[in-house]
Design a protein around this ligand. Structure first.
Ligand code: NAP
Length: 231
């Protein structure tokens, strides 16, 4: 049984992760971490006190751009594998996490988007960018998202040729959406992905929880889990 700690368990993503882990075979929620939760068994206000309790194998982090790096350091220091969905980590911070994961016993998977369709959208956009003249990215999210541009848009741009411009839209009613528009001579190609509910992220997260112990060091993006030839 994989013992999972959910950090940000009172949030929109974290509460969906608690339900998904509870429903999945072979894993259980051993700790919920969030300052917004009322105290009780298995509930902690912060990551250091949760890892000190020593009852978890894997942490799943959906918190905030300002706290995720300190959380990651605490998981690694405690030898707890980590699945990080929180966006907003800088390249420098990811570099430090990579170095620490390579040097220690705990593995890390960081993915800006756990939805399978979004991973495919990024892959198709990368391929199309090699054949079309220019491209721009429009990412659209709910109005309480803290970071802009989204981690998915930044990752898409990094995978594409031609340094595409990113436009960010924040509106109530949206969940997580992205359009990549590519332009050529007399034609355009639009690749669009929509997460219509947070359930779209759960199969990818559960897959990551199952696999993280067998993936040494840092894995960036869900691609190596989905496309085994890219290990
Ligand atoms: P949210 O509803 O604001 O939830 C975040 C929760 O984390 C809040 O309850 C917050 O508590 C808590 N928190 C903050 N710092 C913490 C800490 N150090 N320890 C424990 N809990 C802490 O946000 P959300 O919509 O769930 O999104 C969370 C993150 O996931 C964002 O970065 C978002 O971009 C990302 N995301 C990623 C994916 C993906 O597939 N990778 C998909 C969707 C969203 P307080 O409110 O009390 O501060």
């Amino acid at each position: 049984m994989i013992r999972v700690m959910v950090t940000g368990a009172a949030g929109r993503m974290g509460s969906a992760v608690v339900d998904a882990v509870t429903a999945a075979e072979g894993m259980e929620v051993a700790a919920r971490v969030d300052p917004a939760l009322a105290s009780g068994p298995g509930v902690f206000a912060d990551v250091p006190s949760a890892v000190a309790a020593g009852n978890v194998d894997v942490a799943v982090d959906f918190t905030q751009p300002t706290t995720v790096y300190d959380n990651a350091r605490a998981y690694l220091a405690a030898g707890v594998h980590a699945i990080i969905g929180t966006t907003g980590l800088t390249d420098e911070q990811i570099g430090h996490i990579r170095a620490r994961a390579a040097a220690g016993d705990a593995n890390v998977i960081i993915a800006p988007n756990f939805a399978v369709g979004a991973v495919l959208m990024m892959r198709f956009a990368a391929e199309a960018s090699r054949h079309m003249e220019r491209a721009e990215i429009i990412e659209l999210h709910h109005d309480t998202k803290l970071d802009a541009p989204s981690g998915t848009a930044l990752r898409t741009a990094a995978l594409m040729e031609g340094d595409p411009i990113i436009h960010s839209v924040r509106l109530p009613g949206l969940v997580a959406h992205q359009e990549v528009i590519l332009g050529g001579v007399g034609e355009t190609l639009t690749i669009r992905h929509d997460s219509l509910s947070r359930e779209s992220f759960m199969p990818g997260i559960v897959m990551a929880v199952r696999q993280v112990a067998d993936r040494p060091g840092l894995t960036l993006g869900l691609e190596p889990l989905l496309f085994s030839s890219e290990d």
